[in-house]
Structures are given as structure tokens and as C-alpha cells.
Design a protein around this ligand. Structure first.
Ligand code: PEP
Ligand code: MN
Length: 237
């Protein structure tokens, strides 16, 4: 995490929340696991300086109290969407929860996971579509925008979409951000790093500052065809 150099670029480009992982759910135990409480302090400092509220992931019940001291919103990651013990614990607090959809969860399972929070007493829930597993291997996950449109009909809860995890590819984030907004997403999670090639986590899906600013700018344009390069010339014999 290069947060101290990133925070001002995010704010300048129009971000309204600052999301960073202090405790990171990594597929391999040998990969960077996050800086823990040290990162929470950096996030808090960056938030106090910019006024951007902090969102960070909570992986286990044992971390809830500590993370609540530093964060304004807690993320339940995709892998923990059906961690019912964690959901029950988070239902007892008032801190807003960002509930990511599990990679293999149906919309119904996702909404029922949210129900654990709501029924248990925490009504501050935001859902986040971050892509599901499909047979496709060219993208990291398959961002399911139909699910966003459908879930909007089924619940009053606000929605975000995460085209970074939903595609895994820098070049697709702009187009999918616009598409997500077009189907009704209330917000987007976009991963940003000052130098994506050197990121310890998720570099290929992170935008540098200039690319992020461009994506944010284009979100203000009226909707139109979202291709990056425009119509391709067709070679004719
Ligand atoms: C993340 O947001 O960095 C993350 C690990 O997301 P997900 O839980 O969607 O994989
Ligand atoms: Mn990530």
C-alpha cells in the first residue's frame, strides 16, 4: 500500500471513500498479507487529512473491535460472504458494512447474507458486486451486472460494483465502470496504485493516477458507446 502518496490523487480525482486492506485475504499464505494495525493507522491518518472516510476489510471476529477504532466502514470480502459467525458479530455494531458478493454465490445467497446483518440490528449495509467465477479465463472474474440490476429490484440497499476485481484488467475498468453506473450502481470500487507494476497485491487491475483521473472524468460524460479505441478499420481486399 502506497497510501500516503495516493490519497491526494484520489481526492483530487473525486473519490469519496478511501479503501485499503490492512488484513488481506490472499489466496496463497506466502503472498503479502497486509500490514495489520500499522496499515490501520496509516489509513486513519490519510482519512483525517483528506476527509475521505476509510473502508477496510475485516476477516475475523477477533479483529472487529480493533478495526472499528480506525475505520468508518468495514468490508466483508467475497471469501467471507457466508461467514455467518462474522456476519452475526457485525450485526451487533452500527458501523456500516460493505458486503461483497461471494465468487460463487447466487443473488439470493448474497441477499440472505445481508439479511444476517439487517435482522441482527445493523441496517447500514452496502452490497458490492465484484465478479463471479465462470468458465472464462481471460478475465479474473466475470462481473455480473445483471445481478446488480436484479438486486436493485429485490432490495432497498445501496449497491457498488468493483470492476477491478470484476475484470482483473486495467484496460477494462473504465468501460465496466460506466456500464455498472448505467445499470444502477450507486458507487464503484476502483483500485489505484502510484506504480501498479510494483504493487504487492493486484497490480494488473490497479490504475495509476492518470488513468484513474481519466476514468473518473469519463464517468461524467453522458452515456455513449464505451469502446476505448473507437470503430476499427476493416481491411478490404
Ligand atoms: C479486495 O477488495 O481487495 C478483495 C480481496 O476483494 P474480494 O473480497 O472481492 O476478492
Ligand atoms: Mn484486491
Amino acid at each position: 500500500m502506497q497510501l500516503l502518496s495516493t490519497r491526494h490523487a484520489l481526492k483530487k480525482a473525486g473519490a469519496s471513500l478511501l479503501r485499503g486492506g490492512a488484513y488481506k485475504p490472499r489466496t496463497s499464505p506466502y503472498e503479502f498479507q497486509g500490514l495489520g494495525v500499522e496499515a490501520l493507522k496509516i489509513l486513519r491518518e490519510a482519512s483525517d487529512e483528506t476527509g475521505l472516510p476509510v473502508v477496510t476489510e475485516v476477516m475475523g471476529t477477533e479483529d472487529v473491535d480493533q478495526i472499528c477504532e480506525y475505520a468508518d466502514m468495514l468490508q466483508v470480502g467475497a471469501r467471507n460472504m457466508q461467514n455467518f459467525v462474522l456476519l452475526r458479530r457485525l450485526a451487533t455494531i452500527k458501523t456500516p458494512i460493505l458486503l461483497k458478493r461471494g465468487p460463487a454465490a447466487t443473488v439470493k445467497e448474497w441477499l440472505l447474507a445481508a439479511e444476517y446483518l439487517l435482522a441482527g440490528g445493523n441496517e447500514n449495509v452496502v452490497l458490492c458486486e465484484r465478479g463471479i467465477k465462470t468458465f472464462e479465463t481471460e478475465t479474473r472474474n466475470t462481473i455480473d451486472l445483471a445481478a446488480v440490476a436484479l438486486a436493485r429490484d429485490l432490495t432497498h440497499l445501496p449497491f457498488m460494483a468493483d470492476p477491478s476485481h470484476g475484470t482483473g484488467k486495467q484496460g477494462l475498468i473504465g468501460a465496466l465502470s460506466r456500464a455498472a453506473v448505467a445499470v444502477g450502481a450507486d458507487g464503484l470500487i476502483i483500485e489505484v496504485h502510484p506504480c501498479p507494476e510494483r504493487a504487492l497485491s493486484d497490480g494488473p487491475q490497479s490504475l495509476d493516477f492518470a488513468a484513474f483521473e481519466k476514468v473518473m472524468q469519463r464517468l461524467k460524460d453522458p452515456l455513449r458507446k464505451v469502446g476505448v479505441a473507437g470503430p476499427k478499420a476493416v481491411a478490404r481486399a
